[in-house]
Design a binder for this molecule. Structure first.
Ligand SMILES: NC(=O)c1ccc[n+]([C@@H]2O[C@H](COP(=O)([O-])OP(=O)(O)OC[C@H]3O[C@@H](n4cnc5c(N)ncnc54)[C@H](OP(=O)(O)O)[C@@H]3O)[C@@H](O)[C@H]2O)c1
Length: 255
């Protein structure tokens, strides 16, 4: 019998994060959510006895405080993103996702857990897996991405967070294992069939789409299903709604 899983969730008040939170609770997972404002949590989730809300500014927590929240967790999920406003995109912290990823991973390592903790990062198809399985982008697309990373702090931030996991944590860390989930353009909508791909399938000029509910469903699978984790840990799966072409895996909609 599986023991109850415990997940530390950051970004749980966001569009995708709140869906992750709800689906984890629906599956009986115990969730610790670090949020800036508890009032932004979905009312259904807020009263759930499996939810512990920690109201704090994530990047301002001291190392010991963060480690206290990480202690005993089986997985950490980050759905952090820059608020889509002038201040959110161009103001501090420009390295929100990178800094949170680094602090959370280093916090886990400091605890030296007996079994590796899963770190599941919401990333983006704008993130390149250099040397990986991504199909080669055309030179114009690569130039555009390079420019976007220079001009738009969130694009650079997502790439740096990915580079940290790929290069600094790597595939054989004793305490942290990771997977980076790369959705295409995010849509509202229910959980539906979706496809998982080892590398990029759409260009920036002809994007695909991904229901946020499907991202949440897949993240829950990564937490709960040993097979899903074995298939995707150490990888950057691209997730698209199933009507997109060329699926490697199609998951049924069982929230
Ligand atoms: N939009 C797309 O089409 C798309 C596609 C693929 C990937 N992505 C990526 O997916 C991620 C999540 O996207 P989303 O649209 O679900 O996010 P979102 O709705 O913008 O939510 C962002 C979350 O991050 C938190 N946050 C923002 N600034 C923070 C700070 N300084 N300190 C602590 N928490 C902070 C927010 O908290 P508050 O509620 O307190 O503000 C919220 O919980 C982003 O990294 C984005 O780049 C987006």
């Amino acid at each position: 019998m599986l023991t109850q899983q415990t997940v530390l969730l950051v970004g749980g008040t966001g569009r995708t994060g709140r869906r992750v939170l709800q689906q984890l609770l629906d599956r009986g997972v115990s969730v610790r959510a670090i949020v800036r404002s508890g009032g932004k949590l979905p009312p259904d989730a807020a009263g759930n006895s499996n939810l512990t809300v920690i109201e704090a500014s994530l990047l301002s927590l001291r190392d010991e405080e963060l480690q206290q929240h990480l202690r005993g967790c089986d997985a950490v999920i980050s759905c952090l993103g820059h608020v889509l406003s002038l201040k959110g995109v161009f103001g501090p912290p420009r390295d929100l996702v990178t800094r949170a990823t680094m602090r959370l991973c280093r916090g886990v390592e400091a605890l030296q857990p007996p079994a590796p903790v899963k770190f599941i990062l919401m990333s983006s198809v704008s993130v390149n897996h250099t040397g990986g399985l991504d199909t080669r982008r055309g030179s114009f697309e690569r130039a555009l991405l390079w420019m976007l990373c220079g001009v738009l702090p969130p694009a650079k931030d997502n790439q740096r967070a990915a580079d940290f996991l790929l290069e600094k944590i790597g595939p054989r860390d004793a305490f942290v294992q990771w997977a980076m989930v790369r959705p295409d353009s995010l849509l509202e909508g229910e959980v539906s069939e979706y496809a998982l791909h080892e590398g990029l399938v759409n260009s920036l000029f002809a994007p695909g789409s991904t229901n946020m509910a499907n991202v949440a469903h897949f993240m829950c699978e990564l937490v709960m299903s040993p097979k899903a984790w074995a298939d995707w840990q150490g990888k950057l799966p691209v997730i698209t709604n199933a009507e997109a072409s060329g699926p490697l895996t199609v998951s049924r909609s069982e929230p």
